[in-house]
Design a binder for this molecule. Structure first.
Ligand SMILES: [Zn+2]
Length: 202
């Protein structure tokens, strides 16, 4: 039997190593929707990131539609909860932001409440603080692009606030220079809790 060379090169989603033909991998989902291949050496890292193993239980905490809000009473009283997804900007600050600045903050809040935050936290634990940018796209649907870059890897997420799946991994790469200049205006950072904080919010 003639075997044609596979055209799809699989790589480990964690270490980005090209997987050997026939190498046994485990499928993980970073976002509860799409699955990626993870090599045997990186399974623990994937679990650390909070990725869900294929066939494993999808816990409610890892729901892709997770967008936690403070309870109504807490909003009324201006009381925070110990929720990890607390807004990065207190109400009074939010009020004096322009619409476009507020859109960046909203995108950051959505990201911070998502499972993807765990991915970035995990990489930051290994590689240190990333460069972060939050850039609105021109267009009617208010999309915002979040870019996280280290010297040797980068992740780019697209936030579409009104979508049922508001955040998706849009692109990633292995060299910071691959990132388009418009997304290299580093205008945000990760705080000590691993949340994205746009500089307009500080
Ligand atoms: Zn790996």
């Amino acid at each position: 039997m003639r075997v044609t060379k596979a055209t799809v090169i699989r790589e480990c989603a964690v270490c980005e190593r090209t997987l050997l033909q026939g190498e046994v991998t485990v499928r993980f989902s970073p976002d509860g929707v799409e699955f990626v291949d993870v090599c045997p050496l990186c399974q623990e890292a994937a679990l650390d990131y909070g990725w869900v193993r294929e066939g494993g239980p999808m816990s409610r905490a890892l729901s892709p539609h997770q967008r936690r809000k403070r309870p109504r009473w807490a909003q009324l009283l201006g009381v925070g909860t110990e929720d990890v997804a607390q807004p990065v900007v207190p109400e009074p600050v939010l009020r004096r932001l322009s619409d476009s600045e507020a859109a960046l903050v909203e995108a950051a809040d959505l990201f911070n409440a998502s499972l993807f935050r765990r991915t970035i936290e995990g990489v930051a634990r290994a590689l240190g603080e990333p460069f972060v940018s939050v850039v609105p796209l021109s267009g009617v649907n208010g999309e915002v692009v979040l870019t996280f870059a280290w010297e040797i890897t980068w992740y780019q997420y697209r936030v579409t606030p009104e979508a049922s799946q508001p955040i998706r991994l849009a692109d990633r790469g292995a060299d910071i220079s691959e990132i388009e200049p418009v997304f290299q205006e580093w205008n945000a950072e990760l705080d000590d809790q691993g949340r994205v904080v746009p500089s307009v919010a500080t």
